[in-house]
Design a protein around this ligand. Structure first.
Ligand SMILES: O=C(O)CCC(=O)C(=O)O
Length: 262
């Protein structure tokens, strides 16, 4: 098994079929250099204020020589307007999440992730690991995406993926031969299912790897990232209704009412 790769004009049904089978898929050529530059410019002030983890503690989830900035809907119009509701992402999520969440799905996590020279590989994990109520393999709860803002290579920390592991029982451990690096040119997106083993790769190069992770979850589960605290009301008013809904600012059936007079 390997990571199936598709050009930008591919049929959603082909991407969905690959995701069902392998649990992962790359779609290349989706965002241009200007948009990538705008994303990096808008996130640069927050990135500059973020400490690069210096001392690597192998027990820590985030390896040394990496940094991350979250709350992307608040911080970047380029991400909010172009990536969160990207039609390729929403068509993939429609297929996998709507059957388990009839009123819609939501952003689970938004973050820009930089992997610097010298970073070790991240421990392999599943995005759905918080949902221990369900036994593996779980029903589809999460679809994850990673936008390549820089090139992703095996030597600069490209995401490690274990194709097929979304169908594995909990305790099966991946062998070296089963782990693949998601190599993709800048402008591509990697999708993977929430039950798939993955993690950031090690960076043995001189370059920083720059990705934007956007994960989507069923509308009735708790989001990993707290959008209600991270997106100020004034900023919310600037976002499109589609993006506001994706951030979780619309009721899901009876869930999520509030009193606007407070
Ligand atoms: O940076 C990557 O390639 C993967 C990151 C990841 O899986 C995480 O931080 O949960």
């Amino acid at each position: 098994m390997s990571i199936p790769t598709f050009p930008a004009d591919s049929q959603t049904s082909d991407i969905v079929a690959a995701l069902e089978e392998s649990g992962c898929a790359v779609v290349s050529g989706l965002i241009d250099a200007d948009l990538r530059a705008s994303i990096m410019d808008e996130l640069a002030p927050a990135m500059a204020k973020t400490r690069v983890i210096q001392d690597d503690d192998p027990k820590q989830f985030y390896p040394g020589h990496t940094r991350r900035v979250s709350a992307l809907a608040a911080r970047s119009s380029a991400v909010a307007e172009n990536l969160i509701a990207h039609p390729v992402s929403t068509s993939v999520c429609d297929e996998f999440l709507l059957p388990n969440s009839e009123y819609g799905y939501q952003i689970h996590v938004s973050a820009a992730l930089e992997v610097g020279p010298g970073a070790r590989g991240q421990v392999l994990h599943r995005e759905e690991d918080s949902f221990t109520f369900f036994e593996e393999p779980r029903p589809n709860i999460i679809v994850a995406s990673m936008w390549a803002i820089s090139d992703f290579r095996a030597d600069n920390g490209g995401t490690l993926i274990v194709p097929g592991s979304h169908k594995w029982p909990k305790d099966r451990v991946a062998t070296e031969e089963e782990i693949f690096s998601a190599e993709m040119p800048a402008g591509s997106v990697l999708f993977w299912m929430g039950g798939l083993l993955h993690g950031a790769g090690s960076n043995t190069s001189e370059d920083w790897r720059y990705g934007v992770i956007l994960t989507y979850s069923l509308g009735w589960v708790r989001q990993e990232e707290n959008q209600y605290l991270d997106v100020p009301k004034a900023r919310l008013a600037e976002l499109s209704p589609e993006v506001r809904k994706l951030l979780g600012f619309e009721m899901y059936s009876a869930l999520g009412f509030h009193d606007p007079s407070v």
